[in-house]
Design a protein around this ligand. Structure first.
Ligand code: PD2
Ligand code: ZN
Length: 303
């Protein structure tokens, strides 16, 4: 149960709550905390008690919870994309193919969900490619940073206890081959992709539920999206199979993808909003290690 000692729970602002206090007190950090707690199954009374334990005024805490949960859950699912809507990355699945072409191979489609758009693919990477990515990445690993949407820079984040590194786009023939395969699979130009990121989780390490798009309410977001636009899709490729734990979770739809070496999960988000239901996390690794490579796709050229 979350409690006063929950390190992720933001402290209340100083002073007496006034008119419109809930909106004023609602920081992106607080909204994320509430959404993550709700996604983890905590009830509203339990969250209310946690906020009170952390020093929040009870009526203000109740109002904040209502606001955040209404915003998160109350938004209707989006209508299907209209003709003329911005194109989105993703495999072409209109005729429910069992395999999709990626240029140098075709890969099995293991699961497809439309809202949120999630596609699970088998054997996107060979065992040799997975091992080679780990071998290239291992000497360059450092504690993972996340993009700091307050400032537009990068920062250490307690929600992410993995180690990581970024490859430059096209930095060696292996990376070029994988990037070309991804571009063909997702019908999205190589130039719109960020450099491949490799993450390593040891037992106990996790990545708490989050959205991969940049929160438009954060002050650093305009400078981040200035280069390449918003993120619109994520491809997580599993480079090994942990013994236990380490699934990729989608709390809004109660889905957990089991990490299997060479497989990949793709999801896309047509707008930077919780209504896309793309809240997702890396569940704690229970036994063994977990290695992944992530490709984030931007709206435009990411140079
Ligand atoms: O490790 C994962 O499964 C995971 C979970 C959530 C990776 C990411 N997000 C990511 O790389 O964005
Ligand atoms: Zn993510």
């Amino acid at each position: 149960m979350p409690s006063r000692s929950d390190p992720h729970l933001p402290a209340p602002p100083p002073g007496t709550p006034g008119h419109n206090a809930a909106r004023q007190a609602m920081t992106p950090e607080l909204r994320r905390w509430i959404v993550a707690q709700a996604g983890a199954g905590y009830s509203t009374p339990v969250m209310l008690q946690s906020l009170r334990d952390a020093g929040w005024d009870a009526p203000l805490a109740a109002e904040i919870l209502t606001l955040a949960l209404q915003e998160h859950r109350g938004v209707r699912p989006l209508p299907p994309a209209q003709p003329g809507a911005a194109p989105m990355p993703g495999p072409r699945l209109d005729e429910s193919p069992t395999q999709v072409d990626c240029g140098d191979r075709s890969v099995p489609v293991l699961l497809a969900m439309s809202r949120p758009r999630i596609v699970l693919l088998g054997k996107l990477l060979s065992a040799e490619e997975c091992d080679a990515l780990i071998a290239f990445a291992a000497p360059r690993m450092a504690r993972s940073l996340t993009v700091a949407t307050q400032t537009g820079g990068e920062e250490l984040h307690h929600d992410r206890t993995s180690n990581g590194m970024f490859f430059d786009r096209g930095e060696n023939p292996l990376i070029q081959r994988i990037e070309a395969r991804i571009a063909c699979l997702l019908h999205w130009p190589v130039e719109n992709g960020e450099g491949l990121q490799v993450l390593h989780y040891r037992p106990g390490a996790e990545y708490k539920p989050h959205y991969d798009y940049f929160d438009p309410a954060e002050p650093g977001t305009p400078s981040i999206v200035n280069r390449g636009g918003q993120r619109v899709g994520t491809l997580v490729m599993y480079l090994n199979t942990p013994e236990k734990g380490g699934g990729t979770t989608f709390p809004d739809v109660h889905l957990e993808v089991a990490p299997q070496r060479g497989n990949a999960v793709f999801f896309s988000y047509e707008r930077p909003h919780p209504s896309t239901r793309t809240l997702h996390g890396g569940a704690p690794v229970i036994a063994g290690d977990k290695w992944i490579a992530t490709k984030w796709l931007r709206e435009r050229k990411f140079d």
